[in-house]
Design a protein around this ligand. Structure first.
Ligand SMILES: [Zn+2]
Length: 373
């Protein structure tokens, strides 16, 4: 017998069209099915009147290697419990520890966990200066060998700030470029305090590579003092490089985002860079991060696209981030509640918001895996 679930009366957000429609969503045997097409299954009905219904949210920058790194947080805590069905660990593991990451993390949680593999063999398992010694970088052979058996790796991670690379400047990224070309994987580059400078980093990135922490408030960011995109950033966007929020402890500024929004319409992705140290504040959750962006004037539909359709495309995912019939039914059902609250960015700046996204029900592969009390 088939097993079905009918989500009734919700406001359904289609991230492809960025349109919201009041309608039902049908799931049979863990997949989305066209409404009229199934007459035979036993279908359980779930009334979601007053809620928004979206494809499962994807947070493409988290740190969840809780068994081997000190910063790692529990995947389900920042995943399904917060309305996020797919999370991508951004470089906590390198080639040395990825098999452990697979057995201890990926295989043990209800949230789907994917990974950007750190170009350092040690990832973040032996401290946070993983690119200070060029000898620690994995070889092309090591990468190719790992990719033969591991299917959860969606890209490479290179953290390009001074505290990570020390005297190596942009060299680790030049090396990452050759690994990316070899494996055809995108690179997620973390930007922070120089050196290396953005004018050295950005020209090395190609179409489909990702810049996380793009909207930080530190010196030497994507905007000039006059609030214009620096040429290297503008050129990168034109080449198809994707900018990602990656909120984090010190990497998201309301001022930078506000200025960017005023002057530039380019699509970006929303992610948290959530880990143990920033889970409470300033990050909170992916929905809290989206609530901040909503208060800055982005539409709810655009923000849903920034955690579904856009990461889907960036990570070349086929099953996630859409309502396409036949694809895996991961669903995020959330409420937009009226609530006055002061939310802070990574600079410590407060902003009063009047609406908050809050998770209501999370569905993975057609099954309810989280329900708000
Ligand atoms: Zn990070």
């Amino acid at each position: 017998m088939t097993e079905g679930l009918l989500l009734k009366n919700g406001w359904v957000i289609d991230p492809e069209t960025e349109k919201t429609t009041k309608k039902d969503v049908l799931i049979i045997d863990g997949k989305f099915i066209q409404l009229e097409s199934d007459k035979t299954s036993t279908v359980m009905e779930l009334d979601v009147t007053g809620c928004y219904v979206a494809p499962g949210f994807i947070d493409m920058h988290v740190h969840v290697f809780e068994t081997e790194t000190t910063l790692g947080i529990n995947p389900d805590l920042v995943g399904i419990n917060q309305g996020v069905t797919t999370i991508v660990d951004a470089g906590s593991s390198g080639v040395n520890d990825f098999p452990t990451f697979k057995t201890k993390i990926i295989d043990q949680n209800q949230t789907e966990v994917l990974a950007f593999l750190n170009i350092s063999r040690n990832g973040l398992c032996s401290g946070l200066s993983e690119l200070a010694n060029m000898k620690d970088l994995m070889t092309g052979d090591e990468l190719q060998e790992l990719l033969k058996t591991q299917t959860d790796i969606v890209g490479l991670k290179a953290r390009m700030s001074n505290s990570v690379v020390k005297d190596n400047g942009v060299k680790p990224l030049e090396y990452a470029r050759t690994l990316a070309d070899l494996s055809q994987l995108p690179i997620m580059v973390h930007i922070g305090n120089a050196p290396p400078e953005l004018i050295e980093i950005l020209p090395l990135l190609q179409k489909e590579d990702i810049v996380t922490h793009a909207f930080h408030g530190k010196k030497g960011g994507i905007l000039s003092n006059e609030g214009k995109l620096i040429d290297a950033a503008h050129d990168a966007i034109k080449r198809g490089v994707l900018f990602d929020v990656g909120h984090g402890t010190s990497s998201f500024s309301f001022q930078t985002m506000k200025t960017y929004k005023k002057n530039y319409p380019y699509p970006f992705t929303t992610s948290t860079d959530i880990y143990l140290g920033n889970y409470d504040k300033p990050v909170g959750s992916l929905m809290t991060t989206m609530s901040k962006l909503l208060a800055l004037g982005y539409s709810l539909e655009e923000l849903v696209a920034s955690v579904t359709a856009r990461p889907k495309k960036a990570l070349r995912l086929s099953e996630q981030g859409c309502f396409t019939p036949g694809t895996r039914a991961d669903v995020t059902i959330f409420k937009l509640i009226d609530k006055r609250e002061i939310l802070i960015d990574s600079q410590g700046e407060g902003m009063e918001v009047s609406k908050m996204l809050v998770p209501h029900i999370t569905i993975r592969q057609g099954r309810v895996v989280y329900k708000a009390k």
